[in-house]
Every structure is written in structure tokens, then in C-alpha cells.
Design a binder for this molecule. Sequence first.
Ligand code: SF4
Ligand code: SF4
Length: 434
Amino acid sequence: MDQESRINVAFVNIYQIVPYIEYSNHPRSQFKKCMIHKNNVSYASAQNRSLQCDQLFLSIPGLSYNMEYRNTMNRTFDCLKNDMSFKQHITGIFLGKAFDFRTKHILEIELTNRCSIGCFYCGATTESQSVFLDFDTVCHAITHFSESCQARSIVPHFSVTGGDPLEYPHFERLMTFLKSRKIHFSLKLNPSTLTETIHDMIAEAGCKTVKLTFMGRDSQKTYRKTDTIEKLCNATRRFKADKIPVVWHFSLGEFNREDLLCSLGFVLENQPTAVSVGRLARVGKLNEKNYPMDILPESYKSFLKQMLLYYYNHKRHGFDLVFKDKLWVPFLCEENIISASDLLKPGIRLGCDAKERLLVLTYAGELIRCGLLPEPVLSQIGDMAFFDILGTTTGKPSPIDDAPCMPCKYQPVCRGCKGVAQGSNAMKDPQCWL
Ligand code: SF4
Ligand code: SF4
């Protein structure tokens, strides 16, 4: 046994020490040395917060306890595949998503194309002049979408984004409006433009989730420039202190795939509420020149596998994963982690949200199916049809849209991401390995 993980106990009930061990082993603990006192008597101490052993020995004068401790940090993928309770947990997540797919609809609103970072892969920001959505139109769209969803017993949700939404000149008025209407919304923002005043405004407005982009520990500075690691971590801490969940969104390309995997320990230490993964899509500024190489299907599959294994080993330490990417379903089914028969039941529909339960209002006032699918434009502010389409988010599943996936048994619960397939009806998801 590693000497550093020895715990010396004076007089202690074995049950008192168990929570202590859990605590000292928790990566969230900032303590290098922990002690337990009772009536000024030191009961236990430990030097090392990351106990890397399978057994802990408690030495008590006159007594000796040898307590088995399962090291959950290094379980293998085979352990995961044989862990029935973990498999049930994952199945439950996807059955919950299937329910959500029917009952929760989303309007994403790009308030502006202005963003002081201007990432090379961004679908919304451009080099051209800043454009801002008209404030009254935004409020009208929110009201109309909410009312039409509620009339159909559907939960409306708004995802407020940009560019950088914090650079929208009417941001404060918008927060006041959302608060007054008790609207459910999430925000995708840049930590570098966040100030204390804006932070308080967001918290008071009742924001449900904040999404922050993470590119990997080494890649963050290069690709997110002023959104430094420090600003990301500070913003995370502050929102969490206000009980607003923070999701770190992994913007994934071939260039930062390894960096993201190597950064998982850093993510665990900084404790975002959860992590989501999104692949870069060739829309907006992303082209062959600045992004010549796509992720290969097998590399992507391996990425998902490593993410899942990390989640399995570190879930209990606070690492949570949002299974947002559509290729999770074929991966989990093929690995027998989810039983395909649980998902492939009549009535269960998962997969691409575009137009079925998601609409996006762009900064240019166009209504599209998803931020990664700029074409076709469904309608424009000012068109007679604009509010009709906003009021009936769910389009019928279209076999034409799903053409490349039609022969696949996972089509009803996957369909890949049409955004990364460049919006083409003829092209399969480029990272799909099946
Ligand atoms: S072929 Fe389509 S439905 Fe099947 S796994 Fe691939 S992306 Fe998903
Ligand atoms: S196109 Fe891709 S990102 Fe857009 S809703 Fe479909 S799966 Fe999601």
C-alpha cells in the first residue's frame, strides 16, 4: 500500500471514518491534508486526496481494521459492459430523452452576429457588419412560441445565443422580459465578456443553464483567444455558486480531439455540472482551407468510447456527460450497453431535432431548422408564414430528409447529424462508422 494513503486513527467508530474516506478521496476537495477532530482529539488524517489503492488500512491502538476499498478510477471498458446497473442507468437516460423529444420544444435565438472572438469555425459570426435582432420582434417571437407550445401541452424552451449574446445592446432588457414572463431559457455565452453586473442579471432572470465552450486545455488559448482557461473556470465557479448549472461544450475537430481527451482530468478538477460534445460542421466560416481534415469514423468511435469510460469511472466524483451527439445511440447499441430492443419500440423517436422540435431564429431574422442547417430558409420575420411555422414546430418525420439512413436499423433513433453532413440529403453523417 502507498504510504501516503495510510490513515491513522486514534479512537473512532468504523462508520465515522467511511464518509471521511469518501470526502478525502473526492477530487473536488481542495485539501492536501485532511483531519477529523472530536472534542479536540484528532481522529484521522490523510496526506493524499487521490487515494490510488484498492485497500485502506485503519490502524487503531489495540485493533486493526483492514477495509476493502474499490478503486473506481481504473475500471476497464469490459467492467463497464458487464455492469448491469450502469447499463440500466444509460438506458434510463435515453428513455428520458425519448420522452423529452415529444414533450419539449426549443427555439434558439441568435441575438446578433457580433462576437469579439470570431472563432474560425463559427456558423454565425461573419467579418461583415454587426447585425442585431429587433428587440420587440424577439419578445414577440418568444411570446408566440411559448403560447403555441403551451396550447399543445408542450414545454417551451429558449436557447439564447449569438455571436456573443452579451454583446447584444438590449441584453439587459431581454433578461428583464424573460424574468417577468418566467420563461425557461439557457444561455450560450463568452466568459470574456461577462461582468459582475451581467452575471447578476442572468442569475436574477432565472437562467436554467449556461453553456461555455471548451476546446481542450492547450487549444483553448489558440482557438478561444480572450476566453482563457482562467476566465472559463471563474465563470463556471460563479454560476455554480448561484446554483446555475454550467455545461462545458466540447467543440470537437480533428485538431483538438487528443487535447480534449488529455484534458478530462482538468475538467474533472474544475467541475462543470456536465460536459457535452459537438462536432464542427462545415458551415459559415469553416472550409477546406482552415479545416482540411475531418475526424475519421473509427477515431470518433474511439473518442466516444473513451468519454464513456471516463464517465463510468468518474461519475461518482462529479463528472457528468450530456449524451447530446446523435451517434451515441448506434455506439451504445452496438456495444450492447443499451439493448436496441428497448429503444427500437414503436413510438420511440430520438435523433436529429431539426424542425421536428427545434427551430432557430437567426440574427438575420430568418427561421431555419438548426444553426448548422442555414438552408433552406423556412420563413423570414415579416413573412405571413413566420408565426405559423413558429407555432407548429413539429414537422412530420421526412423520409426524404433521412434518405441515406433509411436502410439502417437505427434510423428512427439516430439519423446522424445533418449539419456535419453539410446539410446534404444525399450524404451520410461523415463520422458514422456503420
Ligand atoms: S446510418 Fe444513419 S441512422 Fe444509421 S447509425 Fe449511421 S447516422 Fe445513424
Ligand atoms: S443537424 Fe445536427 S446539430 Fe442540428 S439538430 Fe440535427 S443533429 Fe442536432
